[in-house]
Write a protein that binds this ligand. Sequence first.
Ligand code: ATP
Length: 367
Amino acid sequence: MTHPPSGFRALLNRRASGTTLTPSAPAAPLLEIAALTKSYAPGLPPVLEALDLSVAPGELLTLLGPSGCGKTTTLRLIAGLETPDSGSIRIAGREMTAPPVPPERRGVGLVFQDYALFPHLTVLGNVLFGLQGLPRAGRLARARETLALVGLTVFEGRYPHQLSGGQQQRVALARALAPRPALLLLDEPFSNLDAQLRHSTRQEVRAILRQSGTTAILVTHDQEEALAFSDRLVVMRAGRAEQIGPPHEVYAHPKTAFVANFLGCSNLLSGTASGRVARTALGDVPLEDPAQGAVLVSVRPEHLAFAQPGEDGTPVTIVAREYKGHDVTYAVRLGGQELLVHTSGSEVWPEGAEARVRVTCPARAVQ
Ligand SMILES: Nc1ncnc2c1ncn2[C@@H]1O[C@H](COP(=O)(O)OP(=O)(O)OP(=O)(O)O)[C@@H](O)[C@H]1O
């Protein structure tokens, strides 16, 4: 759970003109972070350790990782709400850390989990609040334009408590977008919404950001959200970026056991590799990349299937079944280890059954 930081009001209060940053060249990164390190107290291990990150203009990047890995701290450092111990943050080519640029002059907008709307202001009033630097006529036009962008024109006279959670989050988005920030930071913005609303709001927000060409960083610990939302994602672990890439690449080619299990789930088997094959408890498993010697092999549950009569397979016992309609996940026992097998819903095996499984795709050797 994250709350609006103390500098939030300052960010909302920033002048809408004159502080908005535009990238100097379209190809240059909009945000560049280099060797960013932060500890909250002397003697404690750093919360962020030499983090490198770059975000292209218009890109939607997600920071994904377990609680406490430093996601919110990264956003707070970018926004200027925390000071780094060392390292550099450049937004649109401008160094933000030395000398420190105050939050309200960074061209950064923020959206939080709990919306942080002002309850005594109408929807329009909330959006206008972020535009105090513009002439009154300009403010009204820009606020209404942004409310139209998020599809809330008809609600402009309502108060936050008269809106659904998803609508409130779109007001918060409008308020953050109205001053045309160079970079939008979204800190777990969908976590307060129920599952269905979370899904639709996420899609709407993504479409709005795309339509407005906004560069954004989303913080989440929800892997499905990260996969669906981002152009690239950063899997963070203990203050470091463990792997960065487009969602499908990171999912298909995890470099470490941590990434394989944090983004989706994976069966990890120890084995001995010789070129493109590893000998494991599942037999000889084909490898995507050649390796030698002792390896840890990651096999996605959807890359295991039950062998049909006549097909080779390793004998297993089915210990549990989770039927989900369109598909089924089985836990199977193989020696002393339990593996997950993900199959289509058309194939239903009873618990306790003896079956055989086979690997259907080349696997990854991970660190
Ligand atoms: N103001 C602070 N003072 C001291 N320690 C802090 C402070 N803020 C965060 N921390 C610590 O820094 C670490 C990283 O916190 P951070 O909020 O960045 O993690 P996170 O990945 O965003 O976690 P979550 O998903 O739970 O929000 C945690 O161990 C946290 O307890």
